[in-house]
Design a protein. Structure first.
Length: 616
């Protein structure tokens, strides 16, 4: 049998990279390889259309082993299990306790409690945790930063009273004052120094972390993947420096830091991000000369993005969060929160929370994602992405460090400026449909109504409004601009857009479909048609249907014949639009036609302009 195999394989010669390139160039028929097939990412590097073994031989990442420094392949050797986490707003201790006990029986093994600072007390915590076996699950807490030390002391007293094994308690307290400076512009100098005290309180609890890096806030503000990664590393290093400068042992300091990171819809890139993050963080901690490599492990809670969630066609949010959850779980995270699909417009209900839990359980129990350690390892593509992200993120990290560190960069407003600029660019790209939002700026549901749904921030914060001595990150969901326009149209007057299809069958159908999708982004009622013999017949049918807008749909060559007669026959009785950007556009404009919809349009601005012309 072995001889047969040798003979079989000897008959096939492995093509070289150049042979692949030569074949591709033939198929491109003279088109530019780099323009057609090479993807220039937002992360600052190029992605080739194919990779081969020779492309990763020079990389060090494939040589790593699971559970070993630098942990690029994960923190564990034998399993890829993660905690299924659900966060609870704990305004009422008894109600939050009842909810926690309920969901613990429905697949959750990690709880996150958001507690108002004014409610922090021993009695509140005792009620909140009644009946919850804290040794059996992961348990996390978040409160006002000025009350975090108080909360930690109360929790330690509660754990000791219950007689819990300190080595078995897994969880965290969310203490991240830099996030308040970054996202709210607040002065945190009064509380940031309490980090060392907080670590001292929890030093005997090896699996309980208390200093957090909430880079998911950047993800939800529109940051590119490499920006979140680079800034998260600088953010974490700032806390390492702060703690060690305060006399905290390097091993203890590193063991108390936890990362809360976001996950966007870029499937393979996000998978590679977490691999690169672990590798780079391990290298950073190593510079502090810890005694144990275990201290170099990065513990990450991943949360699916809210930046790309939508009010309209909200069930598409399930598709977004599911691919995001797949990326995170395959990448080997510690725990995960899947944001319910209805979060953009309402407080999630029992149904949406159940679906969010089941999205993770599906991956764990049916897809067995928890059983295979780092399944992406060895993939030429994923290894390349891991290395490329690491290189670009490291540049951001070094840039921050060279200019005084992350805290100083936030005080100077440099980080906020970068993230805000990215957010503006992404909104502009969405307006031009360079960045697609399925169901919002691309393929909207023509008949869907908002039914009173309005976008909401969904912020869980107990802090009041303070003075803002520093710049802040200005975050808004990517779909918010389109949603505002569509809801305004719906609440004012919904115009009727009629497709006057004529001429070349293929072109008129394609352009009618394009125009229907274009105009439906603003909530317009669109009426498509099979075709008309004359423009007069089409105009008459449109007016009979009560059309506010008539869109002529034909081929470029035929617009010279049909567009001007149709425009003159309409005689201002409705808005006239040409679908496309034909060569005769200047002639059409000279005849008084001023409205055109095509792929180079800024969809959002065009629709706002149409609303203004229609008095909406």
């Amino acid at each position: 049998m072995s001889n047969n195999k040798e003979k079989l394989f000897s008959e096939f010669q492995a093509p070289t990279t150049q042979e692949w390139l030569d074949k591709i160039q033939v198929d491109l028929k003279g088109a530019d390889f780099n323009k057609r097939l090479v993807w220039r990412t937002n992360e600052g590097f190029n992605v080739q259309p194919f990779y081969r073994r020779e492309d990763v031989l020079k990389l060090k990442t494939p040589e790593a082993l699971p559970g070993e420094f630098p942990f690029v392949r994960g923190n564990k050797k034998n399993t890829n299990e993660w905690y299924v986490r659900q966060n609870i707003v704990a305004d009422d201790a008894a109600a939050a306790n009842a909810k926690a006990l309920d969901i613990l029986n429905k697949g959750v093994d990690s709880l996150g409690f958001c507690i108002p600072g004014s409610k922090v007390s021993a009695e509140f915590i005792a009620t909140l945790l009644k009946g919850i076996e804290c040794e059996c699950i992961e348990i996390n807490f978040n409160t006002c930063k000025s009350h975090t030390v108080e909360l930690a002391e109360i929790l330690i007293a509660y754990f000791e009273e219950k007689g819990y094994d300190k080595n078995l308690l897994v969880g965290s307290i969310d203490f991240d004052p830099i996030e308040k400076l970054l996202m709210k512009g607040r002065d945190v100098s009064a509380v940031i120094g309490e980090a060392a005290k907080l670590v001292e309180i929890l030093k005997d609890y090896p699996q309980f972390r208390c200093i957090t890096v909430n880079s998911n806030a950047l993800n939800n503000a529109g940051a590119y993947i490499v920006q979140e990664l680079g800034y998260a590393l600088a953010w974490g290093n700032e806390y390492m420096q702060l703690l060690t400068d305060a006399g905290v042992d390097a091993d203890l300091a590193a063991s108390k830091i936890k990362f809360n990171m976001g996950v966007s819809e870029n499937y393979f890139m996000e998978l590679a991000k977490f691999r690169a993050a672990r590798m780079l963080w391990a290298q950073i901690v190593k510079q502090y000369e810890p005694k144990d490599d275990e201290s170099c492990k990065m513990i990450v809670n991943a949360t699916t993005s809210t930046y790309n969630q939508t009010v309209f066609d909200s069930y598409v949010n399930l598709l977004r969060s599911q691919t995001e959850a797949m990326s995170a779980s395959l990448a080997g995270i510690h725990s995960m929160v899947v944001v319910p699909f209805d979060t953009p417009y309402e407080q999630p209900n029992d149904f949406s929370e159940r679906i969010a839990r089941n999205q993770q359980l599906l991956l764990k129990e049916e897809c067995h994602f928890g059983q295979v350690v780092d399944p992406g390892a060895g993939s030429y593509y994923i290894e390349h992405l891991t290395d490329s992200l690491a290189v670009e993120a490291w540049k951001i990290f070094l840039g921050v460090e060279e200019n005084g560190g992350f805290l100083q960069a936030c005080k100077d407003g440099k980080v906020q400026a970068v993230i805000n600029e990215t957010n503006i660019k992404r909104h502009d790209d969405a307006a031009k449909r360079k960045e697609f939002i399925l169901g919002t700026n691309q393929f909207p549901n023509f008949t869907e109504k908002s039914d009173g749904k309005v976008g909401r921030d969904g912020c869980c914060s107990c802090c009041g409004d303070d003075d803002q001595p520093y710049p802040a990150v200005r975050s808004s969901r990517l779909a918010a601009d389109f949603e505002e326009l569509r809801i305004h149209t719906e609440n004012t007057r919904v115009p009727v857009a009629f497709m006057l299809t004529i001429g070349n069958l293929a072109m008129r159908q394609a352009r009618a479909q394009f125009s229907c999708n274009f105009l439906a982004c603003a909530g317009y009622k669109v009426i498509d048609n099979l075709g008309f013999k004359t423009v007069e017949e089409g105009v008459d049918a449109a007016l009979e249907a009560g059309a506010d807008i008539i869109v002529i749909c034909s081929s470029d060559d035929e617009y010279a014949e049909y567009a001007i007669p149709a425009f003159k026959y309409l005689d201002g009785r409705a808005m006239f639009v040409v679908a496309g950007a034909p060569a005769c556009m200047e002639d059409l404009k000279a005849a008084g036609i001023e409205n055109f919809v095509h792929v180079r349009c800024n969809v959002l601005e065009t629709l706002k302009e149409y609303n203004a012309k229609l008095g909406i």
